[in-house]
Structure formats: structure tokens, C-alpha cells
Design a protein around this ligand. Sequence first.
Ligand code: GLV
Ligand code: MN
Ligand code: MN
Length: 410
Amino acid sequence: MSQPPLSANGARVLADLNALRAIGAYKSGVHKPTFSEPHLASLKWLLAKLPEAGLTGAIDGIGNVLTRSEKAGPKLLAGSHLESQNHAGWLDGPLGVVYALEAARVLNTDPAVAGSVELAAWCDEEGHFGQFLGSRSYVGAVAEAEIDAARDRTSGRSMREALKAAGLAGIARGSAEPGRHIGYLEAHIEQGRILQSEGLKIGVVTSIVGIWQYRITFSGEQNHAGTTRMTDRRDAGLALARFCVAIDARFPEICGPRTVWTTGRITLDPGAPSIIPGRAEMLFQMRDADAAVVARLEAALQTMADEVNAQGRCSVTVECLRKGAPAIMDDKFQQAIEAASASIAPGKSLRMPSGAGHDAQVLATIMPAGMLFVPSIGGISHHWTENTSDEDIATGAEVFVEACRRLLMS
Ligand code: GLV
Ligand code: MN
Ligand code: MN
């Protein structure tokens, strides 16, 4: 009689995720900025697990954990990231790494599966030093000069210094071997509330948003907050505030149905109660899965800046810091996730776009890529309260392993 196929061990997956949560714990989440001690300890934790999965591996010269399987047959690349945003959640990243580890443990050691999963933990998906530096390095899109210039956005430490302190200076960066992998599969928490509110278990990602980021800088005149009459002021802070309100009035007329925009940081210079700010800066981000929509919004941003400059009281410049292309997920990968979900949690999956950025969008530039989501409780993420029920984590792991099996066997 034939044996049923081996599947994910939910208890083992939860134990691994909790072990990673204990490294750099912060309240119920974690604090693991890229190249911090807990981040590096998490990479080493992963290396120690590789033999269980029939994998060998190492940390490369940009902080990626890259692995190899000697098993014959097709190879599927799978993974996510182990660093976190500052003081953030325990699942954003580690869930996808542990699912990939579990898939490798189950499938690589099963002689009935002709093929294997190779695991990757990409460095700095959360953008402490740049934009997807680890996965972009792997696809050949990071020049040495970009690493030379990269600095930790919180501490200002240079990436070169961080690599040296981590013992990674002078180590070669790994890169994709053309033709080695049939594609890349990544699991992640949804980070939104659609799955939970619809009572669903699995999101089959159709596309991943592009992320465009800008530094918008206002220049006025620094002066005394008591003696300068309101009509005489050139208040850069006020000009910035008006600009934010103008964006919110104009963008809804020209954006797409799922476009989002955020002013994530405002800095007033010199930033004192008795001084009119002479300079003000905002970091502004917008996201959409359609590059044409963002191009339209970018043009509107520039027109609004031109209007401020024409009015003359303050001047403004718009500098683009990041232009991330959106990515479409491979149809065969979407079908494999959907079929795996139908066999484990019938009627509980939904095709949906991702509003968050993921390494899968970088890998999609060189190979077929797919993504699977599990529900996020209350849709909270990038916060230490981020969570997913144990039951949903276990179901997601089963679907992920089954999707990997289907992709390897098809
Ligand atoms: C990734 O974490 C993002 O900000 O989308
Ligand atoms: Mn993530
Ligand atoms: Mn994140």
C-alpha cells in the first residue's frame, strides 16, 4: 500500500519560530535591525539547522544565507528574511524562512520526491541600509559603490563597517546560477486584514506593489518666532504641512483603487519652539502594482512642487530616492499554491495583490516567482503586536510544503 506523502510538522515549525523570537526579543515581538547581534545570531541559528534539511550553506559577503542541496532533480529556491524593522513583529520574515526550512526538511529527505528545496535568507529586506540589498545582490543588481555608500538609516553606521564587524568583509557575494532553480517561492504574513475578515487561510499572491520613495525638501527663512509678523514669514514647516494636505486632496482624483501613500518622517530644521523653521524635509512613499499610476502621481507631485515654487514664499525640491518596479507572480506558481490550498484547506484561499514589498519581487526579475500569505491578526504588522494564530501558522506550513512538492513534481 502506498504511504501518504509526508507533510509539514506544525509543532516543529512553531518551535523554530519561537526559538527565533527568543533571539532579540522585544515585548511580544523582536528588535533585530540588519547586522545587529540578534540578527547575526539568527543567521547562525539557521546555519545550524541546515543539516536536518540535507543542505549545506554559509553567509555570503552581503549577509545572505545561501544553501545548496546535492540531491538530483529540479531545485526550487525558497526563503524570506531574518532581520526585522526596529521594535517590530516576530513573523515578518522568519515565517517564510522557517516554512522554507520545513519544506527542505520534509522534501529533501523524501526519496519519493525527485528534487529539492534550496533555502535562502535574504539580507536587509527591511531596508535598514538600502532597498532589498541582499536579494538584489543575488540577482546581480548591486554594484560595490552602492555598498560603499550604504548607511544604517537609524545609527548612521556604514554598511562596510557593519560587514567588517560581522566578519563578512572580503567574503564573496553569492549570485544566482542561471538555470539552477525552477523558480522562487516565498511565504509571508499578509500584513493586512483581508484574509482574517473573510475567514480565509491562504492568500495566493498575484502581484507585488512597486515602491517609490522621495525626499521633499522645503527652504524658507529661519527667524525669531516672536518678532516676525505672520505676513513676513517664510515658514518651511508650514509649507510642508500644506503640501501634505494638498497631496491628500489631489491624489484621490488620479490614483488607482489600491494606491497608498505615506509621509513617514518629517524633520523641521532647527526644530525648536521659538524658531520659525528655515528648512523642512519629508520622506514620502507611494505604492501601486501599476507603474503607470505611479508615474502619473509622480508627475502630479512635481506639478504641485512647481506651484509652490511659483508662489515664491518657500522653495521646494522633489528628489526620488527609490523607484521599485512592481512584479507579477508566475501563473504556474499561483496554480500550485491554489491547488495545495484546495487539498489542505478547501475553499479557504483567495488570489490577492501584495501591498507590501518582498524579496520575491526581486527574484521575479530573473526566475518565475510566487508568494503565499497567511492571515495576520487584526492586520497589524511592522509593530511588535504582529501575530498569527498557531493554527493558521501550521496550516500555512502544510500548504507551503505541498505547493513546493507540486512545483518540484510538475
Ligand atoms: C516591507 O517590509 C515593506 O515595507 O513593504
Ligand atoms: Mn517581510
Ligand atoms: Mn516588513
